[in-house]
Structures are given as structure tokens and as C-alpha cells.
Design a protein around this ligand. Structure first.
Ligand code: GDP
Length: 480
């Protein structure tokens, strides 16, 4: 009788944030995890231009091949992994090394292609998919679009350097996304390195590895010497088992664009990570606001394939234009349907651009409305300050705020200018951004304006506390 907002968004292949906004316009305050009734869902579905099939009175089915999967149809699927960590700690080297462990590569005889993700087959036959754009920017950019494609994060920490600012950022991004971490202590081949130091530093950021009695797996590796790679793969498999990753391969394909480009010879090319169902050549698809008939599918070894199932990344050729990373791709029944949805979405894109010019701000107002309605239980904050002492003081001060209904959560606090990465994190988590004696970079400011992220500048700590307190009570006036 009910459906969660995120499941509804998923079935329509729409962004979660857009569905929340559509609901808000209808006077319904709901977050992604909340459930709405069938009638409300039907209104939203129609607003998004989809047909609605109601099988029973209480049930909402979306024309866009929206059936839920029966338990028996769900098959195990490979985990999708993102590698994060501080610059120079060995993310790229590790991704290269893992790629070389693929037992299927030699037989296939293909030439490895960078398509944004690759899959390796381990000795025991199990497969793992790695997104090969390392770092948290891509990860959070996707999440800001409502696309949670990553099942787990491998956090690379160089044993000779320890936990560094981007390590901490990565921890916060993974935590904000609710994605489990596996720690890979890298460069273990170097003389005199001490993993205990890394473990203790991680402890300060609430990552407790198994060696210290916690539940985060830790593997010692050397990317360049090829040490510990099998163990790391085993750790990933183990985590995947815990997560019980499953998908139904026997339905029309659905996935997310993880990379895209306009190729001189081949035209628009989108790398799609298939998440449900199977994508096949000849399928009619919609990707973001683009549509097309799949002319060819090319895998990470540069080979043409006929189909791709759950967790498989493939390049898709034949689209009308270049969709953005993070946008959903879905197979639809025929070409006219594909055109119809694409036109609808292009209209929405234009409307949104026009609205952004006039309105700009929305997130804070939305948030306050949700708090007042008792729908939002948390005020999330991202803090950037000029010095470590200030960012810590603000974190501690804000940690004491909040009441029984609404909690205050500091997602990330750091030192330096507000960057695009901060804006993305704030956007993805519906947080406000606090700048303490620092400004935002031009790019960050533009992005915040475009995405409706609220940045507030302060130079007095109690004023930060004051404003956050007001937010907790749902009573802060928007700046504009
Ligand atoms: P990224 O910035 O995190 O992608 O780091 P890179 O993969 O580019 O590695 C940075 C540097 O560390 C390079 O010079 C690598 O050769 C070196 N490096 C990476 N992994 C190891 C390792 O396991 N042992 C040693 N000794 N050096 C490594």
C-alpha cells in the first residue's frame, strides 16, 4: 500500500531529489526513506509523465517496466567498489594492479580500455566491479545526482604517510553515503613502515579495524609489488556476502551512466553500469534526457558484446546525445516511448534551468519546512574554517546542539576554502555549508548557486551555533 520515495524514484528512473521536490510542490514533505501512499505516488508518477498500472487498489505499478522483483528472481551480483584515499597514496597503482589480477583477461585477448569501470574475475570465479575514477569527487558527484552505484569503498592509506586530509574527507564521504569501508594499508613494501600508526590514526576518525577489535576489515598491500591483492579481493567478497547483493537479471535493463563523451568516430558514448536486468544491443533506451537504440555494447576489454547484466559496465553506442554521469539509463518497450520520455525530460531540464535562474535557493526552505512538519530529524552541516582549532571548536559546539526531535550532525569539518567537493557533499546529504573565516572558490560558489546549496559565512562561533539552533527549531530565515 505504500512505497518509499527512493524506490518510487528508482522505478521511474528519476532522481530522488526531483521526486522529493515534486512531492513538496504537492504539499507533501517527505524524505527519500519515507513512504508515501499509492494515491500520492500515482500523482507523482503522472507528473513525471509515466503511465500508471494499478494492479490492486493499493498497488502502484509504473508503466516504465516497474515491477518489483520476486525473491526467487533475485540472483547474486558482483559488488561495485570505489577506491578512495589521499593523493599519491596509490589509488591508481592499486586499481592497475587489481586489474592485472583478472584471470579472464588473458583468455579474452582483448586490449584493456579505460571506460570508467572494469570487472575482474578472481581465481575462484567470483567477479568484482571497480569504478576506476579514483577519489571521492566522482563518488559524491554521482550521489548528489541521486545515483548510489557504489556498494563499498576501499580506503587506501599509504603506510609511510598515514591518515591525511583527503583520507579524512573520504571517510566522511563514505560515512555520509552509508557505504561500508575496507582499509587497504598500501606501500607495505617500504622500509620501516608501521601499520599500527595508521590504525591508531584511523581510530581518531572512528574507523576501528579488526586488529583493534573493530569491524572494519584491514588488508596490508603493496600495489607496485603486487602484495596482498588476493587478500584484498577476498575481503571485498566477504563484505559483499554480508551485504547480500542481488539483482534480477531477467528484466529490461536499468543502470547508471558513469562516464560519457562525444567520440569523433563513434558519436555519443556513455559507459553504463547495469544495476538491474539485462541491457542488450537493439534495445530502445532513455539515458537522462537522451534516447536511442543500442547500436553496440563494448566491454572494458574493448570487445563488442551482445548483452550486459547486473554490475557489468559497458559502453553504449547509439544515443541521440551525451548524457551526464550519474543519470539513469533505462530500457523501454519501443522507440516512440523512448522519444516521449526523452522529450518530457528535456522539457524538465529547460524548466529547471529557467527556475534556477529565478529561484536559486530551495534546499534550506525545504529543509526548514520539513523540520517544522516533523519530517526531518537531522540538521546536517559541513564546516570549513581557516584554522584547525576553529573547525574543531565549531564541531564540538554544534555537537551539543539539537533536541529530542532533531539532531545536529557534522558530516565533515576541514581547513581551507570551500571547494566543489564540499558543495557536492552538502548537496548529496542535504546539508548546509558553513564557512568560518574562509570563502568559497568561484567554482564552488557557482555550483552552490546552481544546485541550491546554502553556504553561510561566519567569523564568530556563537553566531554559527545560534543559526544552527534556529534551524533545529525550523525557524531560520533564508538569506535571500
Ligand atoms: P594516487 O595519487 O593515489 O593515484 O597514487 P599513485 O597510484 O599515482 O601512486 C603515487 C606514487 O606512489 C607513485 O609513484 C607510485 O609508484 C607509488 N606507489 C604506489 N603504490 C606503491 C606501493 O605499494 N609501494 C611503493 N613503494 N610505492 C607505491
Amino acid at each position: 500500500e505504500t512505497i518509499t520515495v527512493s524506490e518510487l524514484a528508482n522505478r521511474m528512473a528519476a532522481r530522488g531529489g526531483d521526486v522529493v521536490k515534486a512531492l513538496f510542490r504537492m504539499g507533501v514533505m517527505a524524505t527519500l526513506t519515507q513512504s508515501i501512499d499509492a494515491d500520492t505516488a500515482q500523482l507523482v508518477v503522472e507528473e513525471f509523465g509515466h503511465r500508471v498500472k494499478r494492479v490492486a487498489d493499493s498497488d502502484v505499478e509504473i508503466g516504465l517496466e516497474g515491477e518489483t522483483d520476486e525473491d526467487g528472481e533475485l540472483m547474486p551480483r558482483p559488488p561495485v567498489v570505489t577506491v578512495m584515499g589521499h593523493v599519491d597514496h596509490g589509488k591508481t597503482s592499486l586499481l592497475d594492479a587489481l586489474r592485472r589480477t583478472d584471470v579472464a583477461a588473458r583468455e579474452a585477448g582483448g586490449i584493456t580500455q579505460h571506460i570508467g569501470a572494469y570487472q575482474v574475475q578472481m581465481k575462484n570465479g567470483e567477479r568484482i566491479t571497480f569504478l576506476d575514477t579514483p577519489g571521492h569527487e566522482a563518488f559524491t558527484a554521482m550521489r548528489a545526482r541521486g545515483a548510489g552505484v557504489t556498494d563499498m569503498v576501499v580506503l587506501v592509506v599509504a603506510a609511510d604517510d598515514g591518515v591525511m586530509p583527503q583520507t579524512v574527507e573520504a571517510i566522511h564521504h563514505a560515512k555520509a553515503a552509508g557505504v561500508p569501508l575496507i582499509v587497504a594499508i598500501n606501500k607495505i613494501d617500504k622500509d620501516g613502515v608501521n601499520p599500527d600508526r595508521v590504525r591508531n590514526e584511523l581510530l581518531q576518525h572512528e574507523i576501528v579495524v579488526e586488529e583493534l577489535g573493530g569491524d572494519t576489515q584491514e588488508i596490508q598491500v603493496s600495489a607496485t609489488k603486487g602484495i596482498g591483492l588476493d587478500k584484498l579481493a577476498e575481503a571485498i567478497s566477504l563484505q559483499a556476502e554480508v551485504l547480500e547483493l542481488r539483482a534480477n537479471p531477467d528484466r529490461m535493463g536499468e543502470g547508471t551512466v558513469i562516464e560519457s563523451k562525444l567520440d569523433r568516430g563513434r558519436g555519443p558514448v556513455a559507459t553504463v553500469l547495469v544495476q538491474r536486468g539485462t541491457l542488450r544491443t537493439g534495445d530502445n533506451v532513455v539515458a537522462g534526457a537522451e534516447w536511442g537504440r543500442v547500436r553496440a555494447l563494448v566491454n572494458d576489454k574493448g570487445q563488442q558484446v551482445k548483452e550486459a547484466g547486473p554490475s557489468v559496465p559497458v559502453e553504449v553506442l547509439g544515443l541521440s546525445g551525451v548524457p551526464s554521469a550519474g543519470e539513469p539509463l533505462v530500457v523501454v518497450e519501443d522507440e516512440s516511448r523512448a522519444r516521449e520520455i526523452s522529450e518530457f525530460r528535456q522539457r524538465k531540464v529547460r524548466e529547471k534551468a529557467a527556475a534556477a535562474l529565478t529561484a536559486g535557493r530551495g534546499s534550506l526552505t525545504d529543509m526548514l519546512a520539513r523540520i517544522q512538519a516533523g519530517e526531518q530529524k537531522e540538521v546536517a552541516v559541513v564546516i570549513k574554517a581557516d584554522v584547525q582549532g576553529s573547525s574543531e571548536a565549531i564541531t564540538v559546539t554544534l555537537g551539543k546542539l539539537g533536541n529530542d526531535e532533531v539532531k545536529v550532525r557534522v558530516l565533515h569539518s576541514g581547513v581551507g576554502q570551500i571547494t566543489e567537493s564540499d558543495v557536492q557533499l552538502a548537496k548529496a546529504s542535504n546539508a548546509i555549508l558553513v564557512g568560518f573565516n574562509v570563502r568559497a572558490t568561484t567554482q564552488a560558489r557557482e555550483m552552490a548557486n546552481r544546485d541550491g546549496v546554502d553556504i553561510r559565512y561566519y567569523s564568530i562561533i556563537y553566531e554559527v551555533a545560534d543559526d544552527v539552533e534556529k534551524m533545529v527549531k525550523g525557524k531560520l530565515a533564508p538569506i535571500h
